[in-house]
Design a protein around this ligand. Sequence first.
Ligand SMILES: *[C@@H]1O[C@H](CO)[C@@H](O)[C@H](O)[C@H]1NC(C)=O
Ligand SMILES: *[C@@H]1O[C@H](CO)[C@@H](O)[C@H](O)[C@H]1NC(C)=O
Ligand SMILES: *[C@@H]1O[C@H](CO)[C@@H](O)[C@H](O)[C@H]1NC(C)=O
Ligand SMILES: *[C@@H]1O[C@H](CO)[C@@H](O)[C@H](O)[C@H]1NC(C)=O
Ligand SMILES: *[C@@H]1O[C@H](CO)[C@@H](O)[C@H](O)[C@H]1NC(C)=O
Length: 499
Amino acid sequence: MSEKSRLPSKFLFYLITVSVFLLILSSVFLLQFSKTSFTPSSVFKLILVNGTSVYFEPLVKSRQKQLPFLSSEVSRVDAIRSSKTSELACPVSNSSKKLGSLRKMKTMACDSTQALLRVFMYELPPEFHFGLLGWKGKENQTWPNVSIPSRIPPYPGGLNLQHSIEYWLTLDLLASNIPTVVRPCTVVRVHNSSKADVIFVPFFASLSYNRHSKLHGKEKVSVNKMLQNKLVQFLKGRDEWKRKGGKDHLIVAHHPNSMLDARRKLGSAMFVLADFGRYPAEIANLEKDVIAPYRHVVMTVDSSKSASFEERPILLYFRGAIYRKDGGVIRQELYYILKDEKDVHFTFGSVQGNGINKASQGMASSKFCLNIAGDTPSSNRLFDAIASHCVPVIISDEIELPFEEVLDYSEFCIFVHASDAVKKGYLLNLLQGIKQDKWIKMWERLKEIVHQFEYQYPSQPGDAVDMIWQAVSHKISSIQLKFHRKKRYDRSTSGIITK
Ligand SMILES: *[C@@H]1O[C@H](CO)[C@@H](O)[C@H](O)[C@H]1NC(C)=O
Ligand SMILES: *[C@@H]1O[C@H](CO)[C@@H](O)[C@H](O)[C@H]1NC(C)=O
Ligand SMILES: *[C@@H]1O[C@H](CO)[C@@H](O)[C@H](O)[C@H]1NC(C)=O
Ligand SMILES: *[C@@H]1O[C@H](CO)[C@@H](O)[C@H](O)[C@H]1NC(C)=O
Ligand SMILES: *[C@@H]1O[C@H](CO)[C@@H](O)[C@H](O)[C@H]1NC(C)=O
């Protein structure tokens, strides 16, 4: 860093010239590859980040340590540069506007008549959302200013990040009213709830569970419980809730233990969840709720650098806790079956700290990655495997998968019933029988769909945030249909049309 401060202005000039040259070069690439935009867009972002690290120099220095999580794609850039400079996400700047126009996206604020979904967001006080991140606004300020990505309060890292979905969705709604943020106009925040299709509840429930479940000092109830109780009271008192009994409300509760106290009372709402493992069917089900991917913790492998069939020496990879309660017994059984097999990597180990690096390397050099039911049917290992272009082998009979209404997982995953997987020799026979050309097909498909599992700010067409809103829109249509049917002979509400 000290080098930077000594840079003569001549060097800066040279740097900018080089960046501009690369920018032009990359737009040529972009045009050439408009269909398979993975390679060029990563090249483009590389330069973007470099370019803006100049624009936002002072911020970069002060924020450097806290900002590694704004975009999962940034880690890719980092790996390439192998330097410690800016860890900014795709920023909003002159150059990103160029990127926008190249992709034919609008730089105007999203128009509510064009958006797929109009969302009203409650003005809950910051203690329910960004306050949990340590953010303090000015007096009466409810939301941080999201115009400049580098100034957005970062979400804590490590395993917290897996469940950060609440954060990305809230940011996207805030951004939808800012003309300079380039993002898809799938969803727009409206300020009149009677004009909304969905009412969004901006409570960071997973973070509240992860960070505030314990009692401190003289507290009788934890902050997590207190916030949930307040939330229930608030919602039950709102006209918006009473209108449809909460059915058009969207609550993000991605951590399986989040909203533990309130989920029953708010069970009529739509939830965004990781799976249904800890929910009774009447409270959470596919009919009304949306399954969202975990935010993966390993780096996304650059599609152009993804190891091929021959370059992946390990046939089957698993790293994680072997002994789990509840549904996790199968991990143990598989461990004893597989531990001495050649080409199989099956080890204990947490995916924290250095474990993340080990897992990144391991998955990126394996042909198949095991995803076994843990103490819940889902785990972020599946999404780590996808980010590593390692074909997932799913042994979890109760698993629910994100975006399955538009994604055919059999094109890039192998599903094995738990009862088959524990038969001696079954799994290895199956995987060894998968020929190279079949594996390559799945690997190619993985590289196509990996984008749908990326959380980032600003959101991009077809990324995880965009896909979740589309899934919500599907659910809303069917909820709307039922609501209207029920009203056919209901004279008490005649004339009140709800959009
Ligand atoms: C990024 O900037 C550094 C100087 O800060 C320069 O050495 C490097 O070549 C640049 N990388 C790209 C890809 O533009
Ligand atoms: C955008 O470009 C204009 C001139 O083209 C320049 O004055 C301005 O500082 C740039 N803005 C940013 C954020 O770099
Ligand atoms: C904040 O809100 C309160 C109550 O509405 C009001 O009295 C006060 O003037 C506001 N403060 C500022 C700085 O706007
Ligand atoms: C947010 O920040 C931008 C850039 O600093 C500024 O132009 C804008 O006025 C701010 N918005 C609000 C509501 O403070
Ligand atoms: C919200 O929209 C409804 C229906 O269009 C309208 O009657 C109402 O006046 C609006 N409320 C506000 C505060 O603008």
